[in-house]
Design a protein around this ligand. Structure first.
Ligand code: HEC
Ligand code: HEC
Length: 251
């Protein structure tokens, strides 16, 4: 009996020892896997950035789609968005990004004005990816992140993320202004198959649908044309005015 107990105990101790060793093995495997995942994450981000550079069209559409979901999410602070998304490049100067704190690099950019900076942040510019890789960021959140970067660099900008963008949307419907800041991204270049402003042949059959239909499509979107042409802050009247401007330039 006692002999049996003893051998049971020996077996039990051996199993216990084995489990302890196994726990260590799992721990180190897990550590290594996490390390690899980080490295892989960096790679895929770099690849994604490269993809975004070669395929701006696809990204504009993706950005438009994801901005629809952003409305439901609570706004993040400029610092949060910066730390989560922009810091990767703007903290280090990676990919030639203007570094936070580098006043000389930011000065000419700051001089363009907030509307232009926001427009470039939303649509991307050269190596700067659309929305700075924050696909579900609202314009307000991006604006907050820009203000955060500018303030950290020594420029004085209001960090109030919520108000300025809404205020920046033209109060009176100014079709050309809305076109220049939003619709132009696709309609100046023909990106995503958008009818180019000035291309009479492309616009004639669309104009033939009637202005009401065009206005409705500008608001609701149609096929690759995103709802509100990605201008979430635009009223229906604003969109109609932008559409009328485009049609006027394309007759
Ligand atoms: C993958 C790297 C990368 C990330 C991530 C990134 N940026 Fe940039 N950004 C750049 C580069 C590169 C430039 C310079 C582009 C140029 O002017 O050639 C730039 C320029 C800018 C500019 C100046 C545009 C102008 O008109 O001069 C703004 C504003 C900006 N980024 C905002 C942001 C915001 C906001 C985020 C985070 C939500 C962000 N960026 C994330 C790479 C990045
Ligand atoms: C992300 C790219 C993109 C942006 C930004 C964009 N559009 Fe478009 N738009 C398109 C594409 C693509 C089409 C063609 C859709 C189709 O007919 O398949 C289109 C078509 C249209 C049409 C014609 C619809 C019809 O019935 O033939 C109107 C009007 C229009 N856009 C207005 C606007 C306005 C106004 C803005 C800015 C507020 C805007 N778009 C911004 C991509 C865009």
């Amino acid at each position: 009996m006692s002999h049996q107990d003893k051998s049971l105990f020996t077996t039990f101790a051996a199993v216990l020892g084995f489990l302890v060793v196994l726990a260590f093995v799992f721990y180190f495997v897990a550590q290594t896997a996490v390390g690899n995942k980080d490295a892989a994450g960096d790679n895929s981000q770099a690849t994604q950035t490269a993809d975004e550079n070669i395929k701006p069209v696809g990204n504009v559409v993706v950005a438009g789609e994801s901005s629809a979901g952003a409305a439901s999410a609570g706004p993040r602070s400029g610092a949060d968005v910066f730390n989560g998304f922009c810091m990767a490049c703007h903290g280090t100067g990676a990919a030639g990004a203007p570094k936070v704190g580098d006043k000389a690099a930011w000065k000419p950019r700051f001089a363009q004005g907030m509307d232009t900076l926001l427009n470039h942040a939303v649509n991307g510019i050269r190596a700067m990816p659309p929305k700075g890789t924050c696909g579900d960021c609202s314009d307000d959140e991006l604006k907050g992140a820009i203000a955060h970067m500018l303030n950290e660099t020594g420029f004085k900008v209001k960090v109030d993320a919520a108000a300025p963008v809404a205020a920046a949307a033209p109060a009176a419907a100014d079709g050309k202004k809305i076109y220049d800041t939003t619709c132009m991204a696709c309609h100046a270049t023909g990106a995503a198959g958008a009818p180019k402003v000035g291309d009479k042949a492309a616009w004639a059959p669309r104009i033939a649908q009637g202005m009401d239909t065009l206005a409705q499509h500008a608001v609701a979107g149609i096929r690759a044309m995103p709802p509100r042409g990605t201008c979430a802050a635009c009223s229906d009247d604003d969109l109609k005015a932008a559409m009328e401007y485009m049609v006027g330039e394309s007759k």
